[in-house]
Design a protein around this ligand. Structure first.
Ligand SMILES: Cc1ncc(COP(=O)(O)O)c(C=O)c1O
Length: 475
């Protein structure tokens, strides 16, 4: 005992206790301090712990707190109570080495504390974000409320909620000229999961796959995750299609190339389909934001397919909000059972509530009303951004010619390093993307998002962009 009346063990515990998280209940803190002392062998196997009364008095805490901590330690097998003799520390095996959370063979590196990736409001000119300020919250809340009373509490169908699949099939028929059976639709947690499911179901390690360039990096990530051998192709290469290498599957964005926005014309679509039939190649149509193409909605390539060889991937990330995490695949019938089986393995199916709410949101016309409004709004925002650029010091930079969408591409002189510029802009709150991220062979350029930006943030974005870019243009 020292002069405070604590034994060495009690004093150690007292100090340990102070090191635990004060937000935890006291018995949890004492439990942690004792468990740590046992694991580090400061309290040895076989030794007797003080009585609850004595420890409570020594530490100046309630006796019940000590009792609860002892009970938890007993329940987890650190202590053993002996009738009339008190509580004893159990003999435990020694853990080999501190647990670093790393796999065998991995070296330990500093784990950086990173800022949360997503913030509540978009950065200036940030891409891939819809007009969140215009989202019809009340209508969505109504749909959620109905869904929460209507939906059962049991897990839903792993293929996805039937009503939602029915609404998607109806929507695709009306908007994209696609004949889709409800049984062909598989709900995913976004196109990204759809792409990964496709990779895991159709591609074996070492299989060659062809990805459009430029293109979304998440597609390549999904293919590489299963060990695919990735090659890239340009839409223009489809004019000499015989020269393309054999592949297990090909991923493309025929309605709007990502990020340049051009469309695959009918002759190339037909040539591609014939090539795919002949070579037995799956065609993956990633239709990520065709809803906002300028002019009338384009037909999907899927609608031309006669042999069920096109898999269509859609998402609500752009049309509603990215945090929804709902997308879908339209699969050839023969592939459905395998995908549903994989789905059960991955997550057992998605949460029922947002699926039901989305089904109602679509069924009552709120979805199409919202899209019509957004299409008008985005074309106004695009026009304003073009006008602001034309009035700025960046007026002579060409804009890649593709109307509509949620972003536009600004070409830079070939001496510019677009990634370095992107990083510089980021420090000014401007969240544009470098075109070379999508294809390092592309001429440098920047992808500027306008959908989520009101007039004021568009103006601020262009001012910041011009301040950074103008001095670099004539070097
Ligand atoms: C072309 C393309 N495909 C797929 C995705 C993935 O979208 P989701 O949010 O549905 O996973 C993105 C996301 O930016 C994209 O740009």
């Amino acid at each position: 005992m020292d002069e405070s009346g604590l034994s060495r063990t009690d004093l150690g515990l007292f100090l340990d206790l102070r090191a635990t998280d004060p937000a935890l209940p006291d018995y949890r803190r004492l439990f942690q301090a004792l468990r740590q002392a046992i694991l580090e062998r400061r309290l040895e196997g076989g030794s007797r712990l003080p009585s609850t009364r004595a420890l409570a008095a020594a530490l100046g805490i309630a006796r019940n707190t000590v009792k609860n901590a002892y009970e938890l330690l007993q329940a987890e097998g650190y202590l053993q109570g002996r009738q009339g003799a008190g509580c004893f520390v159990v003999e435990l095996p020694v853990l080999d080495r501190p647990n670093t959370g790393l796999q065998a063979g991995q070296s330990q590196t500093e784990i950086a504390v990173v800022e949360p990736r997503h913030r509540d409001s978009p950065g200036l000119l940030q891409t891939a974000i819809p007009a969140l300020d215009q989202f019809p919250h009340r209508r969505w809340q109504r749909a959620l409320q109905h869904a929460s009373t209507g939906a059962g509490l049991l897990a839903g169908d792993p293929q996805g909620d039937w009503q939602l699949r029915a609404e998607i099939a109806r929507w695709l028929g009306a908007q994209r000229g696609m004949q889709v059976d409800i049984e062909q639709v598989l709900i995913t947690s976004g196109s990204q999961q759809g792409l990964y499911l496709i990779a895991s179901q159709l591609v074996m390690a070492g299989d060659p796959v062809l990805l459009e360039r430029p293109g979304f990096s998440g597609t390549e990530d999904a293919m590489r995750a299963v060990g695919a051998r990735v090659s890239r192709f340009h839409q223009q290469q489809l004019d000499r299609i015989e020269a393309l290498p054999q592949a297990k599957l090909m991923v493309l964005t025929p309605s709007r190339n990502f990020p340049l926005g051009h469309t695959l014309p009918a002759d190339r679509r037909l040539t591609l389909l014939n090539w795919a039939y002949e070579r037995q190649v799956w065609l993956i149509e990633d239709d990520y934001d065709s809803e906002f193409a300028a002019g009338p909605a384009l037909s999907a390539m899927y609608s031309l397919d006669r042999r069920q060889q096109v898999i269509y991937a859609g998402t609500f990330s752009r049309t509603l909000f990215p945090g929804l995490r709902i997308g879908y695949l339209v699969l050839p019938k023969a592939l459905v059972p395998g995908f549903v089986k994989a789905r059960r393995v991955v997550d057992g199916g998605l949460s029922t509530l947002p699926q039901r709410a989305l089904a109602e949101f679509m069924a009552c016309g709120d979805y199409s009303r919202h899209l019509r409004r957004m299409k008008r709004l985005y074309s106004q925002r695009r026009a304003l951004l073009e006008q602001l650029l034309a009035q700025s010091a960046l007026a002579r930079l060409p804009i890649v010619d593709a109307g509509g969408g949620m972003h536009l591409c600004l070409q830079l002189p070939s001496h510019c390093d677009d990634r370095e510029i992107m990083t510089r802009l980021e420090s000014r709150g401007v969240k544009v993307r470098a075109i070379s991220l999508y294809d390092e062979q592309c001429e440098p350029g920047l992808v500027l998002g306008f959908a989520a930006q009101g007039a004021d943030s568009l103006a601020r974005g262009v001012v910041a962009l011009a301040a950074t870019l103008a001095p670099l243009l004539d070097r």
